[in-house]
Design a protein around this ligand. Structure first.
Ligand code: 7TS
Length: 412
């Protein structure tokens, strides 16, 4: 069964779709292993962007003229592609935002100002990215609410028994990451949503790292809100989506005020547009959103299940390779992981690892990965992180391992 899947995924063919990969960096072939930060963009997306700018660029929803209609229909077609990609019931439940950060802020403020009050509680987890922590702290402070945190174990898995104990009648929101960007854990979000719903609590899933690695079905998950970034799933920066169930989006107030989000404005009283416009004040990120639609077209054009299975193989291969090097510690060893591999090297600062790897043409991220509570939990200032997309190869992982060995030789 596995062999059949491997055969149907041709990594060399896929690599040809990503022009950025075939360049040299510091005199060495580029080995791009920073996909968790931003993934690369395939020709299909680049060409769609160029076509839009050459032939269709205009503002949306405003003009009756030809170009505005072209831009509007491309923008709305992208929304429909998003709907299908995440299996939302209606396209208007998919709000275009600039990325996950804006998605979480939108929900935190629009939902929080309507539904969170003094003494209420918001449940998040210990492994969240800062963008799924700070907006909740801000709204909690504004509304007099409290943040409660689901702890994790040493492997980097959330302790679900503790989660159960955190939920009560004061809980007004659960916000959790689908996949950790710092340690790669895939959280059992479907089960966690079901638990929250027993208490009548809505759940926001930060899907920034899930959208490029897992199939997303918001209706199967029964997520109330689900947000992700285009630039991590092969689209340009400046694109992203926050999905919300219609019943919430219709009840919540707007996030920002301005053009396009109104029905009628007078100095005495303004009424708001319906969804999705109510949440898309001003000129939206038209070109990036159309690019996100093209990235979805690209994902639909490859054997995605085979691609995801292949990525998992890369993760296993890299874990094995790096674990075998003396002095290397893998940070985050959950049973369910996406292709994110954080590690440290004894007596070497992760920034030095990153710099020496870069000299070998190997791009990884070094730092706290905007997840300082995770670093604190593992008592490390930072980690180096290699993250794989389906266009990476085992040969590239061999180069990573060689470069890591070089770091140890230099510092040893
Ligand atoms: N949530 C998670 C889980 C993330 O990984 C990131 C970005 C965000 C939210 C924020 O997304 P943005 O597109 O709004 O910035 N993560 C990373 C990273 O791991 N390295 O650079 C950005």
């Amino acid at each position: 069964m596995k062999a059949v899947k491997e055969m149907s995924f041709d990594v060399e063919k896929v690599r040809q779709d990503f022009p950025v990969l075939s360049q040299e960096v510091n005199g060495k072939p580029l080995v791009y292993l920073d996909n968790t930060a931003s993934a690369q963009v395939p020709n299909l997306v680049i060409e769609r962007g160029a076509e839009y700018l050459k032939k269709e660029h205009s503002n949306v929803h405003r003009g009756v003229h030809y170009l505005s209609q072209k831009a509007t229909s491309a923008y709305e077609a992208a929304r429909e592609k998003v709907r299908r990609f995440i299996n939302a019931e209606e396209a208007k439940e998919c709000i275009f935002v600039r990325g996950t950060t804006e998605g979480v802020n939108l929900v935190a403020f629009a939902y929080g100002r309507k539904f969170i009050n003094e003494g209420d509680e918001i449940v998040i987890s210990q492994m969240e990215h800062h963008s799924n922590i700070v907006p909740w702290q801000m709204i909690a402070e504004e509304r007099g609410a409290k943040i409660r945190v689901i702890p994790m174990n040493k492997a980097g898995e959330l302790i679900l028994e503790e989660y159960d104990g955190l939920l009560n009648e004061r809980t007004k929101m659960v916000a959790i990451g689908h996949v950790s960007n710092a340690i790669g854990t895939i959280n059992p979000v479907k089960e966690m949503i079901e638990t929250a719903h027993k208490y009548g609590v809505p759940v926001l899933i930060d899907g920034a790292q899930a959208a490029p690695h897992l199939r997303i079905d918001v209706r199967d998950l029964d997520a109330d809100f689900y947000t992700f970034s285009g630039h991590k799933m092969f689209a340009p920066t400046g694109s992203g989506v926050v999905y919300g169930k219609k019943k919430w989006l219709e009840q919540m107030g707007p996030y920002q005020g301005g053009g396009s989000m109104i029905r009628n404005v007078t100095f005495e009283k303004t009424t708001y547009a319906g969804i999705p416009e109510k949440y898309e004040a001003g000129t939206p990120a038209i070109a990036p959103s159309i690019g996100l639609g093209a990235a979805i077209d690209y994902l639909n054009s490859i054997d995605l299940d085979a691609a995801f299975a292949y990525e998992h193989e890369l993760l296993e291969y890299a874990t094995e390779k790096l674990s075998a090097i003396e002095g290397v510690t893998i940070v985050g060893t959950a049973k369910q992981k996406a292709s994110v591999l954080s590690f440290t090297i004894e007596n070497v600062h992760p920034h030095d690892i990153g710099t020496i790897l870069d000299q070998q043409g190997v791009a990884v991220r070094a730092g706290h990965h905007c997840a300082q509570p995770v670093m604190e939990f593992y008592e490390v200032p930072a980690t180096a992180r290699a993250s794989f997309a389906f266009y990476n190869t085992k040969e590239e992982i061999d180069k990573l391992a060689e470069a890591v060995q070089k770091v140890i030789d230099v510092f040893g």
